[in-house]
Design a protein around this ligand. Sequence first.
Ligand code: T1G
Length: 704
Amino acid sequence: MSEPQVVRYDVEDGIGVITVDNPPVNALGPGVREGIIDAVGRGNADPGVAAMVLIGAGRSFIAGADIRQFGKARTLTTGQSTKALDESAKPVVAAIHGYALGGGLEHALACNYRIAVPTAKVGLPEVLIGILPGGGGTQRLPRLIGPKAAMEMIVSGRHVPAAEAKQLGIVDELVDDKDLRGAAIRFAKGIASKRPLPRVRDKSDRLAEAKADPGMFEAMRKSIARKARNQKAPYHCIAAVEAATKEPFEQGLETERRLFAELENADEAKALRYAFFAEREVAKIPGAPKDYKPPRIKTAAVVGAGTMGGGIAMCFADYGIPVKIMDATRETLDKGLQRVRDNYAVSVKRGSITQAQMDERLPRIQAVERYEDIADCDVVVEVVFERVDVKKEVFAKLDAVMKPGALLLSNSSAIDTDIMANMTNRPQDVAGAHFFAPANVMKLCEVVKGTKTSNETIVGAMQMGRDVGKISAVAGSCDGFAANRSRAPFITEMMLMLEEGALPEQIDKVMVDYGYPMGPFAVNDLSGLDISYDTRKRRAAADPNYRKLHVPDRLVEMGRKGQKTGAGWYRYEKGDRTPHPDEVVKSVIADVAKEFGIEQRTFTDDEILRRLLLASVNEACKILEEGKAYRASDIDVMWLHGFGFPRYRGGLMYWADTVGSKAILDQISEWHERYGARWRPSNLLREIGEKGGVLREAKAGVPL
Ligand code: T1G
């Protein structure tokens, strides 16, 4: 066996212990399946062994197949190593801690018994990387817990806590034992002589559920229709579980293998695998001290009790961190806290949290009125008005009171971080922490590095983001940082295409068909047209060359601010959020075009899609060129978690590579000719495009 020794086998007290040791998460990389098969063989051949235990070393059981191996030739499949467990003459007990995911859970399901520690999690999350469980999971799990519960787990891909896994019947026993190995050996001894061996494949009683409710599969297909648009994997998952209720086990395995093969190298799976690793890569800070572990945030403060301030305070409270929220007046504070209470109440009503969780989280948010009251907090996030003078005043006060080593963060969405940092004697401790609205929902936290921000502060702010359930990504300080700056040209193009003859409903349909949950104009109506109106006014005042966006400005000046005024890009019936195209908007567009002598024409859907996304691809290249983001894949993570970019398309730069950098350079050069300076190809794009290179692997041209 040429592969590294990633599986150990030893015998203790008549029990053969098979330990998978393939850090960091015991993925089924090269040598692991072979090692398991070999060890099971040794245990069965050894008369001194009555039973076996399968366990993981380090922090986890087995987190599934090695995702890096997909698309490559495999010497052995999970089907073969699970078969060895299935056919073992002696009982095997799976002892689960950390994660038993994908092929990891499939190995456990092929064992005769499963025990777990209470903190363990199990799941078949393959659908999240565009495939389905390919090692028997779609055939064994329905037999163990029934097709309905199995289908829900496999189609959602969620990680199921051990206690629920016990309730479902996946786990036979919870062992609250620091010494899982010892507990497993005792358990194995207890069942060693029991015959016949319980094998999940032999169970069929739970499959009867499907006879009682044959419509469950169609019902599931209907329930995922909106979310699973344009995707194959979720439907293949349903088909595989359905096969388990209609076909004998071996035939069902064959169906599973066929469906798996259809997905493994499809575009959807490749894009989702890219997203998986991009989300891991984004956490790596070039130049950060290798073993630096930032102090964990135990107490937090938020300055500013507005909508964003309240949302950010909820993030801390949701993850168990006591947070002090501060504002200038009691009245603003009370209003802010009431908004927080209302948000939680809506979540309870919707069932996304329980009343008990609300009652647990609310007391963690404490209102205070004085800077001195927050002085001992580990981090403070400033969320006051987007006005330079107000920000400066706040940071001067924070510098005066906050304890040494506290993280001083600003939630500004555009103001240069250095402006706040220079108001302090500790600019190295100042950074941006830009949350996206609604802050307690959107996953992205853009950590902004000022020119004097230390790497330790960046690492600390990134960890804070992860501690409150966010995906943190680093941007350099510039107008709009990386996320908003890369999206700004998208917005400009969508507004200018209106003047040239496209309609909001056509552009929205293109983006919804592409995979977005809502079109950009409908999103604008939801968030309010007046928000961006103020930003545009500020930009026009600062830059005489700034291209005014006449149509949205006029709508705001007409009082059409979106859903909150019953009209914006669309009109809305009272109490109904359905957008209805509005003749008024068409006439405003026609007036602007006439007034500015803009010729109107028709647009193909493809041209609309490319104008919007290529404008941002070009800007993303400029951001990298200037060193305002570390990696192109970081910008993709920002689009996935900040702007709802369809995940099965990988991300903006990943999608760009499906078009091809050369074709993109040619297109943008052509539009540069036609539309002028705003379409000047970035030097980095030119450099990569001329070589036909890969955009998603582009890195910062200069250090951040
Ligand atoms: N393959 C390869 N590398 C993996 C991996 C995997 N399955 N899981 C994690 N890693 C790497 C990851 O890239 C990172 O590396 C490090 O481990 C720590 O991960 C036949 C076909 C287990 C919940 O989908 O969900 O089985 O960046 O930062 O936050 O049916 O990792 O340090 O170099 O995410 O504590 C199904 C994927 C595979 C689980 C831990 N399994 N992993 O989260 O750490 S398909 C999955 C996770 C399959 C079978 C099919 C999470 C985690 P680096 P991390 P974490």
